[in-house]
Write a protein that binds this ligand. Structure first.
Ligand code: NOJ
Length: 744
């Protein structure tokens, strides 16, 4: 062995032992503490309470050792006071960890996560989470209940706003980006906060898109669709996870021994905290699986739930469970270890207090610039007839209309407890500021909020619209219409917004509609009434400047949808990666075309809805630009691979238009013959590239045989030999595939 090799090996072993020692030293400290703790102190660590300021009750609970963590306390002075009680007035001085829902920003608000996912830009998403962490930790909050990485295919569900959409791969990538952003380089840095992947698991499948509802998820689907984003986050080092409210096939997630213990802990070796959702342990009684609180506490503890968020189930009854032998103290110790581990990892034993800086870190120039970029890249251009966008310099006047045109709070979206809408820049403000001196701007909301039906406003808005060259119509949903427990059975545009659009259309002026909403809405009619359409979701603090830049061509749209948009609510669930039926849709005869008294046989007898056909309004991955891109045929590096080999797929993309633009290129595969029918296409990779006019770039994707497998009914993940199809395309519906073979 050469000297150099010996040296490298020696360094390697020294490093390895250092890192083991470090790990050991945390584990040793944990053991030392646990061995000194009384059962009551242990259970106290497992209790999370909501903030009450400096209320005497809270102080007494901390002194009594009944609190391990506090959520929703955001005043740094109070945080330090409460921490001081924990550190100096309890027997073992174990610090508290302060938590908050920092979902898409703390003060500076970024687009709702569903919007951010449409950027297909993980670095931008990571940066947004980093900025949120810097702002939030400055107040002493070191734990966020984000990212939400539930897969959902139901826009009725209000929490779709918090998700990254319908696809497991994309959600995994975005979830990991958020975890990295929140947690930073090292959890013990003062600007790092523990991330919390939620909701484990299956919450996005709540029946009928109604919050907290039951889910029915076969094991293979659980493994292929709902678990991968959580696994990816565990592999990326996520510090905590939260269990869901729903039941999975009848077993509540808060008491799901199989998913929480067997899969998350034992298979994936997750050693962070699992926190319950708010009161979700106690709620298992109502869900119908526990007769009393003791049973609920036992079930949750058996299911490896370490901390009880505001349910008081552990504090009220875990001690009795241990004393009666229903729960072993060993099991309680496991949870306490996980909780202490987080506190050590966050460095709270060494630095329990937040340093209160005299200079605020909120709404920094950098944060606002990133928030604007994120809002730009989140907006999806859905229609642009006759290239009406970007607006021509020749335009002399615009009418800015609609309830979302100047709605500082609503453009922030759901889960923004800490932000100040006074910092929001609305589209109207941005357009006035930037173009007020060059253009005549007429402004009239028409409807004062999204559900408004007052016709008086419509008349006024139409009157001013007539005076302008172009109408910019900002429609959508108020923030309150999406988010937790804010589900809708009818996902059309609320209030009289469609009527207002009809009236605007009748003026004969070009209408550009910009939707700012928390979910995909059924907008087929509105799409037809508009000359151009942006879907901008709720874009956050800087939504206005971002949209102004897009409308006037200072920025080029690059967002692509991460959920399929249904034409009608009855199509739900509708998603790109469906399986083929034995009778894929063809010979479509719509209800309007069926002759009276026609024979059953006149119908195609294939898989579609008589009134909706088989197509969604827009598919996953779709989005237009101000330029155009052409895709070459896909080239594969080999015609066959064997197990453990990699194949490379490549494609050359050319900017065939006149402006520089960014394109999201998407890699899909299909396994056309398998023992379990597989999706017609599945996303396996993507790259966002920038191309100047006329420029070409070749994108290359490596596909490993491991990415070709799926979960089988015997609960193993494996590939099956045979043909695989590969697309590199602009969205989930276009492109030609190339095939290769996976050999035995
Ligand atoms: C309930 C929600 O389901 C969860 O996502 C959130 O983190 C907690 N409440 C705490 O606010």
């Amino acid at each position: 062995m050469s000297k150099r090799l010996l040296y490298i090996l020696a360094v390697f072993f020294v490093c390895l032992s250092c890192s083991n020692q470090k790990k050991d030293s945390i584990e040793n400290k944990i053991e030392a503490l646990v061995s000194q703790m009384t059962l009551k102190e242990k259970i106290g660590q497992m209790n999370q309470l909501t903030g009450m300021g400096l209320h005497a009750d809270m102080q007494n609970q901390i002194k009594a050792g009944n609190v391990g963590s506090i959520l929703n306390e955001t005043d740094p002075k109070i945080i330090n006071e409460l921490q001081k009680i924990a550190v100096t007035q309890t027997r073992l001085g174990i610090p508290l960890v302060f938590a908050r829902d920092v979902i898409h920003g703390f003060k500076t608000i970024f687009p709702i996560p569903l919007g951010q996912s449409c950027s297909w830009n993980p670095q931008l998403v990571e940066d947004a989470a980093r900025i949120a962490a810097v702002e939030a930790t400055s107040t002493g909050i070191r734990w966020t209940f984000a990212p939400m990485i539930d897969i959902t295919r139901d826009p009725r569900w209000g929490r779709i706003a918090e998700s990254c959409g319908e696809d497991p791969y994309l959600t995994s990538v975005m979830g990991v980006a958020m975890v990295k952003g929140f947690q930073g380089d090292k959890l013990s840095n003062s600007t790092s906060m523990a991330a919390c992947t939620k909701h484990f698991v299956g919450y996005g499948a709540s029946e009928s898109g109604k919050d907290y509802n039951a889910t029915f998820i076969p094991e293979t689907q659980m493994r292929d669709i709902f678990l991968p984003s959580f696994k990816a986050a565990v592999e990326a080092g996520v510090a905590t996870t939260m269990c869901a409210y729903n039941d999975v096939n009848g077993v509540p997630a808060s008491g799901n021994v199989y998913l929480n213990r067997t899969v998350l802990r034992n298979e994936w070796k997750f050693d962070g905290i699992m926190v319950s959702d708010w009161n979700s342990i106690r709620q298992m009684k109502v869900q119908g699986v526990c007769a009393n609180l003791e049973d609920a506490a036992k079930l949750a503890s058996d299911a490896a739930v370490d901390m009880d968020m505001m349910g008081m189930a552990y504090i009220d009854s875990l001690e009795t469970c241990v004393k009666s032998g229903k729960v072993s103290e060993k099991q309680v110790d496991e949870s306490v270890r996980n909780i202490l581990r987080l506190k050590f990892r966050l460095g709270l034993f060494d630095n329990p207090y937040v340093k209160i800086e005299s200079k605020s870190v909120f709404y920094s120039e950098n944060a606002l610039a990133k928030a604007k970029q994120a809002a730009i890249e989140s907006a999806v251009l859905l229609k642009n007839n006759n290239h009406i966008l970007p607006l021509s310099e020749k335009i002399k006047s615009v009418a800015v209309i609609g309830p979302m045109s100047d709605a500082p709070a609503d453009q922030l979206g759901t889960w923004v407890f800490d932000s100040d809408p006074d910092h929001s820049i609305t589209p109207l403000m941005a357009i006035k500021k930037k173009y007020g001196s060059k253009l005549k701007i007429f402004a009239e909301k028409g409807l004062s909020y999204s559900r408004d039906t007052n016709p008086a406003g419509i008349t006024k808005a139409v009157a001013i619209a007539r005076k302008a060259d172009v109408i910019l119509y900002f429609a959508g949903e108020e923030a309150i219409l999406s988010g937790e427990a804010h589900c809708r059975a009818d996902i059309s545009l609320p209030g009289a917004q469609s009527e207002l659009l009809n009236q605007l259309k009748k003026t004969g002026k070009p209408v550009i509609t910009i939707f700012m909403a928390g979910r995909p809405l059924t907008i087929e009619n509105e799409l037809n009434q508009s000359d151009a359409v942006f879907y901008a979701f709720q874009g956050g603090t800087m939504a206005g400047p971002a949209l102004a830049d897009l409308i006037f061509g200072k920025a080029v749209p690059s967002g692509k949808l991460t959920t399929t948009f249904p034409r009608m609510v009855g199509q739900i669930p509708v998603y790109y990666s469906h399986r083929n039926s034995g009778r894929p849709a063809h010979n479509i005869l719509l209800i309007s075309d069926i002759k009276i008294g026609a024979e059953q046989t006149s119908l195609g007898n294939t898989s579609y809805h008589l009134d909706a056909g088989d197509k969604s309004l827009f598919s996953f991955g779709f989005g237009l630009s101000y330029t155009t891109f052409s895709y070459s045929a896909v080239k594969l590096s080999k015609s066959k691979i064997s197990e453990n080999e990699t194949i490379t797929a490549e494609c050359t993309i050319t900017n065939t238009g006149k402006v520089t633009g960014m394109e999201v290129t998407q890699l899909y595969i299909c396994d056309p013959v398998a023992t379990l029918a597989q999706p017609v296409r599945e996303l396996k990779g993507f790259q966002k590239i920038t191309l100047n006019p006329g420029e070409s770039k070749t994108v290359k994707f490596n596909l490993t045989s491991k990415q070709l497998g799926f979960w089988h009914q015997d609960n193993t993940y494996r590939t099956e030999p045979g043909e695989f199809r590969v697309w590199i395309s602009a969205n989930s519906q276009t492109g030609e595939y190339k095939s290769f073979n996976l050999t035995d």
